[in-house]
Design a protein around this ligand. Sequence first.
Ligand code: KIV
Ligand code: ZN
Length: 390
Amino acid sequence: MDVDHVRIFDTTLRDGEQAPGCTMTLEEKLEVARQLARMRVDIIEAGFPAASPGDWAAVHEIAREVGTPDGPTIAALARANKDDIDKAWTAIQPAAHKRIHTFMSTSDIHLEHQFRKSRGEALELIGEMVSYARSLCDDVEFSPMDATRSDPEYLFQALKIAVECGATTLNIPDTVGYSTPQEYGDLIAAIRQNVPGADKVIISTHCHDDLGVAVANSLAGVYAGARQIECTINGIGERAGNASLEEVVMALHTREQFYGLKTQVVTRELARASRTVSSFIGVPVPPNKAIVGANTFAHESGIHQDGVLKNRMTYEIMSAETVGLDGNALILGKHSGRHAFRKHVEAMGYDLNDEDFQHVFARFKDLCDRKKRVDDRDIEALISGEIQHT
Ligand code: KIV
Ligand code: ZN
């Protein structure tokens, strides 16, 4: 099977930073960008330069420091107007590889109530602004905002114009997280079939998580032929967030045989990226968060612990080390079995005879019923109590 490359377009510093309470200082954004470059993401969307002078400065600084010839492409977002496009273009100037990302809504609900433009006026603007961006930069991405709630025939027309005017990437936003995997995959397939020139450009996914299916939608899009995924670290972003980078990357990595696709992301840097973003924005990662949550490689039930002690693959589909964590953990609690408890006690340096072990284990189970977390100090106390007692 041919293994094709899926580009990872990180928008933590643009769409992610737009989430309430997720703003970062310039120095913090730079540190996130350095980590993204270490992780070898293909494109960093560094910000929205027209939003504020601070955003422009952050994009410029990231372009200067991280946009090296062997580093990622640095992208900046711009609405479909010349002033925004000029600001995006000047901000990304120092980068070796630059991209202008411009967008305009294509759904009737946005055109009528937000932009107050007719469909025809919007098409004209898309043509003019994509051409303008392309006159400055040879890498131009166009996004028809709210694509998934747009009339498909009109969407195809808008995308056709974008391609004719020089767009090199067509990004398909599920702006309000309305789509479902089957539907989103079908839309990507229909775009590839109905937009002349779509085979000459990269089709990209951009999925929000309002229904909790942003990652599933992105994977469905890729399965249908998209070759770029837009995503954020820890899935941060507007409302319920964007597709999570660590999840899409590890889904493609773990199921490479199924998809026949690869990313170039250095997966062992994922945990560090997650910690960095979480500490900068002050939003903790939930313990059950896929890939990087504290419980992701922890086993508490006796049956699972027994299996993992015999062979990790019984209950793990990837290793903690692959994503940059120290290793898996067998958590001792009321669900733990004798086997795991004995291993743990031995690792603590105790060599108990069988009778002492059975007593300590019984007292450990009693304690677990009374105490939520039993740690090594509790176990030490149980063992020394037992030894003194005998
Ligand atoms: O969700 C969205 O539609 C966006 C666009 C600006 C790409 O973030
Ligand atoms: Zn978005």
